[in-house]
Design a binder for this molecule. Structure first.
Ligand code: CP
Length: 315
C-alpha cells in the first residue's frame, strides 16, 4: 500500500491525479446523494494528538459519505495520557485491523514513523511543522477551480504570495511543494524570526516586506501565528504584526485586482487578516477551501484504500 505523508517529492502527474479524483466528489457533496458505498465495510481510524476542527471533521464526513465505519481517537481521552508511547499506540490501532489510519501529531516526522509500523495506509493530517498534505491538495483544488472560472487550466507562472508564520507552518510547506511542482511562482513573507533559513531550497522566494511580496500577486494565502510552537522567537505585538504583515483591504489593493484570498484556518481576525478581507464576497475563498477539503479527503481515502478493496492501486 501507499501512504500520504507529504506532497514534497510527489510528481505533478500524481498531484493532478488526486485533484482530478476529487472533482467527482465536489458536486456529490453539494447534491442530494451525500452517501456512496465505495468504502463500505472498511474501518477508518482518525487518531488526533492535536486539536482540529476542519481536518478532523472533514475526514470523518469524507469517510462516512463513502460508507466506511469511522472511529475517532482523541488523544486527550486516550491511554496516551497514561504514558503509552506513540509506537505502542500505533501498534494498538494496527491490532484492531483498521483499513486506514489518519493521524495528526505535534511532532514533525511522527506520522511517517507510525506509517512504518502499521499494515494499512496512513494519511498525514498534519505533523508538527513538517507537512499537511491534504491541506496542500485542497488549496491547489481551490486555486484550480478559480483558475478555470477565469478560463485558465494551468498553474504555470501563477504568482502566489504566502505570508505569516512560515517557520512553523506545515501548510506553507505542503503548499510550496505542490504549487512549485505544478509550475507556480511562490513568494513567502514572514517576520525575520519566522522565516526558515533554507526557504529558497524549497523553491520559494523570500520577502521581508509584505507590500513588495504582494505586488502583482494573483493568490494571497495568509497564515496564523502558531503561538503553540513558538520557542522564544521575537514576534511583534498583535497591533504591530497587523501593521507589518496583516492583510488589510488597503494592502490587498497592491495585489492583482481580482486576486484570490486564502487562509487555511483557524484565523486570528484583526491580526494576520482583517474581517473585511476574510469575508470579502467574490474574493475570499476561505469557506470554499473548507468545502473542497471534504472532496479532497474523500479522494485520498478512496485512492489509498484501493488495494484493500481489490481495485488497482495508486500507480
Ligand atoms: N486548516 C486546518 O488544518 O484546520 P484545523 O486545525 O481546524 O484542522
Amino acid at each position: 500500500h501507499r501512504d500520504l505523508i507529504a506532497l514534497s517529492g510527489l510528481p505533478p502527474h500524481e498531484l493532478l491525479f488526486l485533484l482530478d479524483e476529487a472533482e467527482q466528489w465536489v458536486d456529490f457533496n453539494r447534491g442530494a446523494a451525500k452517501h456512496a458505498n465505495a468504502l463500505a465495510g472498511l474501518t477508518i481510524i482518525n487518531a488526533f494528538f492535536e486539536n482540529s476542527t476542519r481536518t478532523l471533521l472533514s475526514f470523518e464526513i469524507a469517510g462516512k459519505r463513502l460508507g466506511a465505519d469511522v472511529v475517532n481517537m482523541h488523544a486527550a481521552q486516550s491511554s496516551v495520557k497514561k504514558g503509552e508511547t506513540l509506537i505502542d499506540t500505533a501498534l494498538t490501532l494496527n491490532a484492531m485491523r483498521a483499513d486506514a489510519i489518519v493521524i495528526r501529531h505535534a511532532a514533525s516526522g511522527a506520522v511517517g514513523l507510525i506509517a512504518g509500523k502499521v499494515d494499512c495506509p496512513v494519511l498525514n493530517a498534519g505533523d508538527g511543522s513538517h507537512e499537511h498534505p491534504t491541506q496542500g491538495l485542497l488549496d491547489a483544488l481551490t486555486i484550480r477551480h478559480w483558475l478555470r472560472i477565469k478560463g485558465r487550466e494551468e498553474f504555470n507562472g501563477l504568482r502566489v504570495t504566502i505570508c505569516g508564520d512560515v517557520l512553523h507552518s506545515r501548510v506553507a510547506r505542503s503548499n510550496i511543494a505542490a504549487l512549485t511542482a505544478l509550475g507556480a511562482q511562490v513568494r513567502v513573507c514572514a517576520p525575520p524570526a519566522l522565516m526558515p533559513a533554507q526557504i529558497e531550497a524549497l523553491g520559494a522566494e523570500p520577502f521581508a516586506d509584505f507590500d513588495a511580496a504582494l505586488d502583482c500577486a494573483e493568490v494571497v494565502m495568509m497564515l496564523r501565528l502558531q503561538q503553540e510552537r513558538m520557542q522564544g522567537q521575537f514576534i511583534p505585538s498583535p497591533r504591530e504584526y497587523r501593521h507589518l504583515y496583516g492583510l488589510t483591504l488597503k494592502r490587498l489593493a497592491r495585489a492583482e485586482p481580482d486576486a484570490l484570498v486564502m487562509h487555511p484556518g483557524p484565523m486570528n481576525r484583526g491580526v494576520e487578516i482583517d474581517s473585511q478581507v476574510a469575508d470579502l464576497a467574490g474574493r475570499s475563498a476561505i469557506t470554499r477551501q473548507v468545502e473542497l477539503g471534504v472532496a479532497i479527503r474523500m479522494a485520498c481515502l478512496e485512492v489509498l484504500t484501493r488495494r484493500q478493496r481489490g481495485v488497482a492501486g495508486w500507480s
